[in-house]
Design a protein around this ligand. Structure first.
Ligand code: F0G
Length: 463
């Protein structure tokens, strides 16, 4: 750890390999964005200077992970790389059965495909979109029960990812184990701003589930960030090693789904963990149909090695200090420039409240999309609209569109990829936009597919 007398948190790694950034001018970006229909998903990655579209699968791997890649055992069955991953997951997560999958959503599809049925309801703090979609595909309902504080973007509260235990207990009492096949908790809650749940809250969920006889699963994508937030913010936790907090937190549940593209520090992969022997047997059979033999689950042996190593590196406290400090540093810079953000800064991303920044642009003209486009034009920075483009719904009666609850733009930080000067640049670009925000205009949709329109819709600037 760095000396506490110095404020600057240095990146706890040196750079061994570099990847050039292709520099562009505003004039060039004007043409590129118009050609992409003002949709940032339509850009080629080499047309972007700083890519904050997602923290998923974008991590820089360590020398030890690359060494593991060389060791990867590509045997079809019983690869030694699988046993290395299984040992890491058993040590940190503590689940009896470990099934690799090609990424997080495959873990969700297999778990829900084997454990969730029509008419049932699966509550969570906030379900991520693929989790929700995989539950709904089974004919079940995905219910968000985050606490009221978690729904107020400007409110500073340490555990905005907590689930509302009173509402959870009421649901469990009303529907019982037949109606609620499992309770989930997303750590951290990505859809709610990357906010953590407290250990106290997770213990409460486990106790409620035990009383009701309902299994408890964790969506563990950002488990290390959640554990470190607990260490930093929860009474009595400061003195514990983060890995011990993670072990306790994960062992409170009966299993997990995991995208190793986040806190696995890997570029692909995921897994399911469970203590349920019968369910594990059913999931192995389903996994063989679409993922592969259960000791590789759609991954190469080398990927299993990278994840096994990444799960430990992500719990290193020098790494986590730098990780959280970088995200908070971005948030501090934007806040100081008068840019409203979801408070407090989450673990993996800063969410700008574009609705509050651009009150002159109505939801029907997509302020988040307008801001994301201007951030690209001004600085070559790619972000992601999470507002009425992504979450707005068409009125079934054919009337005006129903806007999303919030108009956000997410700046997600890839792990170990960008340095403080990159973050300084991002702050400078967005502060400059905020200073001339009145000049920003809204967007209109000129072409859109029937579903998941944010990936492929084409836009045009208004007026
Ligand atoms: N759960 C959470 C909380 C997630 O954030 C994601 C992915 C998944 C599950 C699905 O995992 O991508 O490996 O299939 N989130 C990415 C993001 C895509 O950009 O937030 P996956």
């Amino acid at each position: 750890m760095a000396e506490p007398r110095y404020r600057t948190i240095i990146e706890p790694h040196r750079v061994k390999v570099v990847e050039p950034i292709h520099m562009t001018t505003r004039a060039a970006r004007e043409e590129l964005l118009a050609a992409a229909g003002y949709n940032l998903f339509g850009l080629r990655a080499d047309q972007v200077m700083i890519d904050l579209l997602t923290d998923s699968g974008t991590s820089a791997m360590s020398a030890e992970q690359w060494a593991g890649i060389m060791r990867g055992d590509e045997s079809y069955a019983g690869s030694s790389s699988y046993f290395r991953l299984e040992a890491a997951v058993k040590d940190i997560f503590g689940y009896r059965h470990v099934l690799p999958t090609h990424q997080g959503r495959a873990a969700e599809r297999i778990l829900f495909g084997c454990a969730v049925g029509p008419g049932q309801v699966v509550p969570s703090n906030n379900h991520f979109d693929t989790t929700r979609a995989n539950i709904e595909t089974q004919g079940a309902e995905a219910l968000d029960l985050v606490i009221a504080e978690g729904r107020q973007p400007a409110l500073d509260y340490p555990f905005k990812g907590n689930i509302d235990l009173a509402r959870l207990d009421a649901l469990l009492a009303a529907r019982g184990p037949r109606g609620v096949p499992m309770v989930m908790l997303t750590l951290t809650n990505n859809s709610g701003g990357g906010q953590p749940a407290s250990l106290d809250n997770i213990r409460g969920v486990a106790a409620s589930c035990r009383r009701a006889g309902v299994p408890f699963y964790i969506d563990a994508c950002r488990f290390a960030e959640n554990a470190f937030f607990i260490k930093q913010r929860e009474a009595g936790q400061a003195g514990r090693p983060t890995i011990e907090i993670a072990r306790e937190m994960l062992r409170l549940a009966d299993g997990c789904t995991m995208s190793a593209k986040k806190d696995g520090l890997a570029n692909t992969g995921g897994f399911i963990g469970t203590n349920d022997d019968a369910l594990a047997a059913r999931m192995r059979n389903l996994s063989i149909l679409t993922e592969g033999f259960p000791t590789y689950g759609g991954l190469a042996g080398r990927d299993l090695e990278a994840i096994a190593q990444g799960l430990y590196e992500v719990l290193d406290e020098s790494y986590l200090t730098y990780r959280m400090r970088s995200t908070a540093y971005l948030g501090d810079g934007l806040r100081a420039a008068g840019v409203p953000i979801v408070e407090p800064p989450g673990g993996h991303a800063i969410y700008i409240d574009a609705g509050a920044l651009l009150p002159h642009i109505p939801s029907s003209s997509y302020p988040g999309q307008a801001l994301a486009c201007e951030i690209y034009l001004a600085g070559g920075i790619r972000s992601c609209e999470i507002g009425s483009v992504m979450l707005g719904r068409r009125d079934p009666a054919g009337g005006a569109e129903i806007p999303a609850a919030m108009e956000l733009v997410r700046l997600a930080l890839p792990r170990r990829v960008y340095t403080q000067s990159h973050v300084d640049y991002v702050v400078e670009v967005i502060a400059d936009i905020a200073a001339r925000k009145q000049s920003l205009r809204g967007m209109t949709i000129v072409e859109q597919p029937p579903a998941l329109r944010h990936f492929t819709a084409r836009f045009a600037p208004v007026g």
